[in-house]
Design a protein around this ligand. Structure first.
Ligand SMILES: [Zn+2]
Ligand SMILES: [Zn+2]
Length: 346
């Protein structure tokens, strides 16, 4: 059997194929080829990148890689480092989250304190508001009571006092115009008619047979529905003239005009009163001295009227007029207020 020898290492082979395979795969031969013959073999050299082990076939190399301890150690080290890094990252995340959690708990505590404070403030405000409401309700109650007593007072007081108010929604609102609209106009006929309606009996049958006083009282009362008093202390009045227009007067001037206008009616009243005094029916029930005084008063009145020296009489009539007419005032007088308080407490 002919043997073919390897020209590098001298090993014998039975076929060219075997030799060829040997030259390409036997690592000791390849080493000889390199070192002694300075050849770069056409074989593929597989060097382990981890430990430097050389393999001449792909299969050997792959098998080696499966067993290479250095490779495994390195891979383990990489894996270990990777896991260590992950662990570090997780730890850092954990620490960060712990810090955040603590901060959040602090924030929550702060918010809770704030909420408590707000709640306390709201409760305080609510308490305060309730107090205010209670106070206002009490005020409303008192005002209603006042309105009620004023209502009663207005109804029960013989001479009407109207208080003007700016509150147009007010139930008790009266204004000057509505009062003025109801006024009897100041005309000759109206004045004469009123004096004519005074009965002689009204002058002598009451009040101590004081004819002057009774005349003033009756005369004043008759004229009161023609007058609105606006200024008590100065005796300023408004009347409605025959054209329905407003006129401002002094109450004394107004009374004087009425006396002058109704002079004939006054004289007639005095005559009728004298006749009544002389009649039997009255003579039986009146004392002689009272009768004498009545005659005296009638004479004085007639004299006053004739000579226009009625100052004292005019003053008396004026005071009756202003006490019985409608008084329109923007202010509630202290005395009225006091009277209402007394009425409420009674
Ligand atoms: Zn060889
Ligand atoms: Zn290796």
């Amino acid at each position: 059997m002919s043997e073919i020898k390897c020209e590098y290492c001298g090993k014998g082979f039975s076929s060219v194929y075997s030799l060829s395979k040997h030259k390409k795969t036997a690592s000791y031969c390849i080493e000889i080829q390199r070192t002694q013959f300075h050849l770069e073999p056409e074989v593929n050299i597989y060097t382990c990148e981890y430990c430097g082990t050389v393999s001449t076939t792909k299969g050997n190399h792959a098998a080696h890689l499966g067993f290479c301890k250095v490779k495994k150690e390195r891979e383990h080290a990489i894996e270990f480092n990777k896991m260590k890094d992950e662990l570090d990252t997780l730890r850092k995340q954990y620490e960060l989250q712990t810090i955040q959690l603590v901060q959040r708990e602090k924030d929550i505590e702060t918010l809770r304190l704030l909420a408590d404070e707000k709640e306390r403030q709201i409760a305080e405000k609510e308490r305060h508001l309730n107090l205010c409401i209670a106070e206002k309700n009490e005020e409303i109650r008192q005002l209603k009571e006042q309105i009620h007593s004023k209502d009663i007072y207005i109804q029960q007081t013989p001479h009407t006092t109207i208080y003007q108010t700016n509150n147009t929604n007010h139930k008790y609102e009266f204004n000057f115009q509505t009062v003025f609209d109801k006024l009897s106009p100041f005309t000759d006929e109206n004045v004469k008619e009123r004096v004519g309606s005074i009965l002689p009996r009204n002058l002598i049958e009451s009040n101590d047979y004081n004819v002057i006083l009774n005349f003033c009282s009756n005369f004043g009362r008759k004229l009161a529905d023609m007058v609105i008093l606006t200024d008590k202390s100065r005796g300023l009045i408004f009347i409605k003239n025959k054209d329905g227009e407003k006129e401002k007067h002094q109450v004394k001037g107004f009374v004087n005009k009425c006396l002058v206008l109704s002079y004939p009616e006054c004289l007639q009243l005095f005559t009728l009163t004298r006749n009544l005094l002389e009649s039997y029916s009255i003579r039986d029930s009146i004392m002689p001295e009272d009768e004498a005084r009545c005659y005296g008063d009638l004479t004085i009145l007639r004299e006053y009227l004739n000579t226009q020296t009625l100052d004292k009489t005019i003053r008396m009539i004026s005071s009756v007029v202003t006490e019985n007419c409608v008084y329109v005032s923007k202010l509630l007088p202290g005395s009225v207020e006091q009277k209402m308080i007394e009425e409420v407490t009674e």
